[in-house]
Design a binder for this molecule. Sequence first.
Ligand code: ACO
Length: 416
Amino acid sequence: MDKKALLELNNGLKIELPILSGTIGPNVLNIKDLYRTTGLFTYDPGFVSTASCSSSITFIDGDEGVLKYRGHDIADLAENNNFTAIIYLLLYGALPNLEQHKKFLLKIGELSKVSEQVINVIKAFPKTAHPMSILIACFASLSAFYHERYGNTVNSENLDCGISAIAQVPAIVAMIYRHIKNQEFINAQNELSYSENFLRMMFGDAFNNDKSSLFVKALDKIFILHADHEQNASTAAIRLVGSAGSNLFASLSAGIATLWGPAHGGANEAVINMLREIEQSGDIGKFIEKAKDDKDPFKLMGFGHRIYKNYDPRARILKGACNEVLDKLEQDNKLLKIAKGLEEVALKDEYFVMRKLYPNVDFYSGIIMNAIDIPSNMFTPIFALARTTGWVTQWYEMMNDKEAKICRPRQLYVGE
Ligand code: ACO
């Protein structure tokens, strides 16, 4: 039987609103016809109670701390697969067999070449630029090439346009890093794994040491954990831009701009800066008190999440990976000790307990990247590199969704 909710307005008007059920997760009240039938809009700043689309890519149960890609639990995926298998899973809906994986790697290799014009965009930026500003520009410039070839139409049988974004982004991010460091660019070695190729394009010969396989494994895990996360702010931005018919690369550029913010992906850089400040001050309590002070805009970076009201499963996996990497490096890592100390204090503090604030994905990822010697201003570009897969997948899903419309919210007008 179809489920419905009854809405009774104080003018006596009663209307039935259909309740939609997904495969799992909360039911959804369908208010699509509310304005037409009642003249009312809903009001939901920040989309706290609003589902903007239906999707079959990623599932989150924030109360239980569950995250699944295409029905597979994130912990299993991170333990048993490499990142290119996860790219395949997100794009095509199933993990690849050996043959499919091999063919897919060849495809990534074929589509990975970055054009000279995009390289010139990188070179045009001052060395003092934040890498995210250069990354936004690179994707905006890529929209010029692909507009000719694909325009704003997509063929779901041919994902080359999207795969080319996923294939080029490691080289682009590595070149941005080397440009800022005033170092020569390093050519891709497509016979290497996606993550190893990226680290070699970043660090070149300096990466040839006994720790490289440990670092490749750790970074690959970071990529897997960041690959997609349902309708987060940057994905919503990409769907919004794409809903107007703009091309994929223009949409990706908007997603990267959104990710840069410290309330979103920019938090990974902010966390490490905060941990360094705590290290200098030696006073965790002072930072906890600042975060609790409602007159102070400071927030504990890497803490809290719109959806997770439980431990973020990605943070749990990364905390374990942090321990593993730092143990193997035999480093006495002060930042990890501070992070664990901060977490311990916060998780016992009534303010954080009442609000269900737990470490999120950005809390521990930076400590691993710091151990790999990746500078903190590259943390968010690396997040963008991994999330490109999710963005592309979500963009294709929207483009093939018969119910998708241009995203055009309304407002509560309070002006003259
Ligand atoms: N430190 C201190 N207090 C916090 C924090 C925090 N990190 N996060 C939330 N709160 C408080 C808020 O002040 C609010 O308190 P109030 O009810 O007394 O007003 C309450 O907890 C609820 O928080 P909201 O801001 O309403 O939650 P929202 O869902 O809008 O924001 C967000 C979520 C943006 C992630 C927020 O928790 C935050 O800014 N965290 C720090 C930045 C961060 O780590 N961002 C990365 C998120 S993961 C990602 O995007 C990849």
